[in-house]
Every structure is written in structure tokens, then in C-alpha cells.
Write a protein of this length. Structure first.
Lengths: 353, 353
DNA sequence: CCTTGCTACTATATCGGTACAGAACCCGAT
DNA sequence: ATCGGGTTCTGTACCGATATAGTAGCAAGG
């Protein structure tokens, strides 16, 4: 019971294998009548269509584009914002008839997807630039698109203006009169670290941009920044870090959070510490994810357009695939951010004027 | 500048192509010394490793498994629960060195991933059993695993005991004394439909199970069920449907919601209608997703273990791939559900004893 | 000295398609 | 009658690897 191939059908119908191939892939190359006969024979023999693997080999493309994420996939999938972006990408990419292949950056086992799985190109989303998986993709010379990732001149990229967004958020708090501000951001270290200024160059790109935006703006105004670095992980970690930050002697009157999800936990922690928001504590998030509107009070945050980000990234990818190595200089996009003021921010209780 | 292939390296080192292949894929087949020379030549020539496409053709496997979702991908990606499950699958599957390929069920364009993209097997998650994409997967005779999908004897599956969970939820409300209960569930129709009993056979599997669990339990107790069918779509739809349901003349004193996300919108609608929860209205969700704990009041819901579901599905898949066509009878799992009572349910205000 | 059994490497035959360059035929135009 | 041009189909040569069987060389055993 060897497999049914083009040849099987060709023999059955009495034509050349090439004709059968054409019946499937280039209908204009043969008469409608013969094509019908071929297709009929194919279904009769249980032939589904040209084998994707063989086709991929000969044609040189697989019909799939990869997406590389640094962090554990299970974690990424709990991230609302990442998923929003993904959805947009998936939508756009699949509408082009491509499939999206998830690559993990873990180097577990001997089989490394980034090296061993066939794909026509890959999106690199918020990855450690030194990760081996990314290294493989680069070596394979696949068309890449960077998203939320430090720019590389020769690689098209889509970024969000995190820096300006963060600045605006800090500015907003300063304008309200806050002088002691907590910064809550995620960091690669495995432990919560309070008031240990990070080495920005070690932070993931988006974290770095936001951190710098906040910090520079606060420093410029001579305000005090207290920091809490949260390990990537569950919400528990966020909660715990926020709680520690808010239990400090000189408690900040406001916190700037790396994400809305973190802000949600900060609010929960504040609540548990009997702090009123925004009277005792102002909270600013980042992303304007759906939770921002669900929180009570509703969350002041910095909006970015995930969907647009995804669409743009997908577009860059499909363009790159269409014009193989066209070598127009790589395009770089920087999407705007916007401060959205809602209910979670107010002047500090004892605002000295 | 033809591509660098095994042959290029073979010529360069002066060995047979097969030896080069072995250097990469079966290191035990040649001396360490020669292997080093081959690998050195490979890096020198910029060879990354055996071409995945060619390898896939010859070996017959691609190292990727597909996941098929019915609904638009962008929509699926806003679904917390689906993403939780995905994450677990992705984690498990990639730890086996496989990649996950997202397939869309839309039949857009001529290129249909379910038919045209190479993969070793596929997970089918909560899909319309008549969808063409699923049809292709079946025709290709790929190893499949069904998840949240009506059982098929010959296809391994993982399901959740939605029926019993829904029963327990309904029972809980009945025990509290509720006699008029609203049912809020998603349906394929494009319009919100109030009090139009659905034809269960047309509902997606999970919806059907939950609906039937509720309905049968309520009917058995002689309680009144008012229904609101919500089109798949955004939260706005959920909100609107909940609002309509709660604006009825004989307003239900409790609502059973298909998901926690729907419950969140029901709570929002209730809030906007000046209804106190749980005093004026009890709300029960489904899934025990993270939002359940974030809502105020915290949400009574039916818990299912997404992570376990994902893990199990991935396991079934990898097993199926390992034992090619081993034809042990397909295993079917039914994971338990559990009612979690929190703050959003209470006896109706004027509970007649 | 001849067999046996390793180890280290090679030759050949696919895997299942598709690109490309014909070949056969028919038609209308010269 | 000849020719150019279109349509329809065929033959051949790969695409880049790997499974399998086979060969050479060498050490140990009888």
C-alpha cells in the first residue's frame, strides 16, 4: 500500500505525471475535460493534493512564517498584550494564505525549531538579541521582521514609541504634584529587587525604553524614583513586588507600572494595604489593554495600538516574502503612544503647592 | 552562487555527501576527528544545517504540529481561556522539540494551510465539525487530537465535563432559591436573540454541553429559563445582550454565563442598570479564568483546568506521533469541572421560602 | 592463514513534486 | 503549400537530503 502519488494517478488516467501536477497546481495548462478526469481519479484513489513537503522542497517555500518569543510560551500566552498582537499578526498572515508557526526559544532537546523547522521567514517579537534561537534564524538568512526589539539597520522593524509614552506618563504625575514615584517593571532576574537601579543595557528592549523614559523625566524634575524589579512570572510576583514597594518607609505617592496587568496587581496590593486610589496612591499602567477599563477605578495608562503593530509587522513580512531579497532598504516603523488619563491618577493627598 | 548543500561541503572536505549528512544527523557513524573537520568546513562555508524541507521530504516528518481553530484567529486570541490552553499546549509540544503551527479555518484565497502546509499531526480545538479545513486534515489522514469537540470513536480526544459543571452551577442557584434564571451563551447567529430556545444540535460542542446542563437542571426543578444568545464577537456584544436580558419585564434574579468574560460584561451591564450584585442579581461564570478573581465581587464560577487540558492534548499528540499508526484504540479523556462559589451569588432579594 | 566481526566510510536509490524545454497538433494567415 | 502562433501534453532534470546495503581495513580467535 505504497502512498498515492502523482505517478499513481498518472498511470491510472494514462497521462504523464506532469499533467497531473498541472491539474492541481496550474489548471490553465490543460483542458478542462482532462483536468476533471484527473481530479476524479485523484479523489477515487484518495489523493488529497500535492504533498506539501515535496512541494516545499522543489518550490523553495513552505507557506509558513515563524514567530519567535523569548520567554516561555506558556507565559507569553498569559500576556494579554502579546496575544492581542499575535491575533492581529495571525489574522493578517493567514489572510495571505500563510500559516504561523510558533517557535520556542528554549534550547531543550536536540531538535531546535528555529533551526530545524521549515519556514519562509520569521517574526522576532521582544526577544533577547543574544538568544541562540535568534542566532539560528539569522544564520539561515531568513527574511526577518523585528517587533518590540532594538532596531538593526538591515532588518525591517516595528516598534512602539515606548520612551515618549513613558515620559508622558511620568510628566503627568509630575504635573499632578507627585515627587516620590515608584517604578514597577519586569526584569530578567529571578528575585524581586527593591531600589536596585538596573543596568538598562540588560533589560529587554521595551522595558528599557519605558524605564528610561520614566527615569529621565523624573530625574529632570528632581523627583525621587523608587524601583521594584519584578521577575517575569505570574501575577503573584507582581502583587508581591507592588506590596513591598508600597510598604516602604517613605512610601511613593504614585506608581508607574510596566504594564496594565502589573498595574492591576499594584491596585490589588494597594487595596489590601488600605490605600485609596487615587487619593493615597496614583497608578499608571502601560498598553491600554482591555483590563484598563475593567479595573475600578479605571486606569490611567499609555495606549499603544497592538492591532496596528501586528498588521504592520505582518505586512512587512509578506512584503519581504513577495519581493525576494529585493533589498530595498529595510523599513523601520515607530508607532505613536498616547497617554490616556482616567480615574486612577490624582494629586497626592498632601500636595505641597 | 548556488546554495551550499551537503555536496558542497563533501567536495570541500573530500568525503562523500553521506558522511557529511551523518556528521550532522548521526554523529556516531563517523570518527570524531572527521566530524570536526566536516563541521568546521560547514561553518566556514556558511552552512547552517540540513535543509528542513529536504529532510522533511525524505524523512516524512516536518517537526511541526498544527492547531486548528474555527473562529477568526484574531478573535480566538482575545479569548483568555483559549490562550491558557494554547500556552499549555505550546509549552508541552515545544518541549518535545516540535513547533506549533496555527491554521486558520477560513477558506480565503487559494492557499489553504490545512491542506497545503506540512505538518505531522494536528490538534483540533473547538471546531465546527463540518468545516472544510477539518475536512482537509481528515482527508490527509494526519494524526488528530480533538479538544473541546464532540467525540469521534477513532480520534483521541480531550474534553471537559461541561455538562456536569453546568448542572452544578444551575443546582447552586436553585439551592439558593432562584426560580427565574437567565442563560447567556454564545451562538453562531450574527444577531443577539432573546428568549429564542436554540436548537442544541447547531451549537458548538462546549456551548451545547453547558446549555444542556443548565437547561435540564432548571427544567427538572421547574424553574424558568430566559435565554440570550450572543454572537461571537467582542465584549460589546456580551454587554448588550446582558443588558437586554436584564431589562426584561420579568427580570431574572440570576444569570448563568457561558464564560467568565461574559460574566464580567453581565456584571458591568448590571452595574449600569443600578443592580447590586449579588443582592439584586446573582452571576455565575464558567472556566475560572483569571478575571474571576479580579472582578468585584469575585465571581462564582465553574472551574476547569486549562493547563491540564493542554498538557493532556499535547501528550496524546506526541504519543500518536511516536507510535505511528500504532492503532491502540483512541483514548478519550473527560476532565472534571468544579463549582467554585465566591461572592457573586446569593439568595434572591425577596426569596420566598 | 583464514574466518569473523568491528568500525569508518561510500554508492545508489529514492522521497514526491515542479520548472523548463520541447513535441504534436490545429488554425488562420501569407 | 508554408509558416507563425497558440494550446495541450510529455520528458528530463533537478530540489537537498537520508536509508540501506555494501566495501575496505584491521584486530581477534581458531
Amino acid at each position: 500500500m505504497g502512498n498515492v502519488t502523482l505517478q499513481t494517478i498518472a498511470d491510472h488516467v494514462g497521462v504523464s505525471r506532469m499533467t497531473v501536477s498541472n491539474a492541481f497546481s496550474r489548471p490553465d495548462q490543460l483542458s478542462a475535460e482532462l483536468r476533471d478526469r484527473v481530479l476524479a481519479a485523484a479523489t477515487e484513489l484518495g489523493y488529497v493534493g500535492p504533498d506539501p513537503r515535496a512541494r516545499a522542497l522543489k518550490r523553495g517555500n513552505t507557506g509558513a512564517v515563524g514567530v519567535l518569543l523569548t520567554k516561555s510560551l506558556a507565559y507569553a500566552f498569559t500576556d494579554d498584550v502579546a496575544m492581542r498582537f499575535f491575533g492581529a499578526i495571525a489574522e493578517e498572515v493567514t489572510s495571505q494564505g500563510l500559516a504561523l508557526t510558533l517557535l520556542s526559544a528554549d534550547e531543550t532537546g536536540t531538535h531546535v525549531p528555529a533551526r530545524d523547522v521549515g519556514m519562509d521567514g520569521a517574526l522576532v517579537y521582544s526577544c533577547d538579541p543574544t538568544s541562540p534561537a535568534l542566532g539560528w534564524l539569522l544564520k539561515r538568512q531568513l527574511p526577518l521582521v523585528y517587533v518590540d526589539q532594538a532596531e538593526q539597520t538591515d532588518i525591517p522593524s516595528v516598534n512602539v514609541d515606548d520612551y515618549r509614552g513613558a515620559q508622558a506618563a511620568a510628566r503627568h504625575l509630575l504635573d499632578l504634584g507627585h515627587r516620590k514615584v515608584g517604578l514597577l517593571y519586569s526584569a530578567p532576574e529571578p528575585e524581586i529587587a527593591i531600589d536596585q537601579a538596573p543596568d538598562p543595557s540588560l533589560l529587554p528592549h521595551a522595558v528599557r525604553q519605558r524605564y528610561l523614559g520614566w527615569k529621565n523625566e523624573l530625574d529632570k524634575a528632581g523627583a525621587t524614583a523608587r524601583t521594584a524589579a519584578v521577575p517575569m512570572g505570574g501575577r503573584e510576583q507582581h502583587y508581591e513586588a507592588a506590596r513591598q514597594l508600597l510598604s516602604l518607609g517613605e512610601r511613593p505617592t504614585a506608581v508607574l507600572c510596566f504594564s496594565d496587568v502589573m498595574a492591576a496587581e499594584a491596585i490589588r496590593a494597594a487595596h489590601d494595604l488600605q490605600l485609596q486610589i487615587p487619593e493615597d496612591l496614583s497608578v499608571v499602567g502601560f498598553d491600554d489593554s482591555p483590563v484598563a477599563m475593567q479595573l475600578r477605578p479605571t486606569l490611567t495608562t499609555v495606549k499603544q495600538d497592538f492591532a496596528e503593530k501586528g498588521r504592520l509587522a505582518a505586512k512587512l513580512m509578506t512584503d519581504a516574502l513577495a519581493t525576494k531579497a529585493a533589498s530595498a532598504p529595510a523599513r523601520h516603523y515607530l508607532l505613536p503612544t498616547e497617554l490616556i488619563v482616567r480615574e486612577s491618577t490624582a494629586p497626592p493627598r498632601a500636595a505641597t503647592r
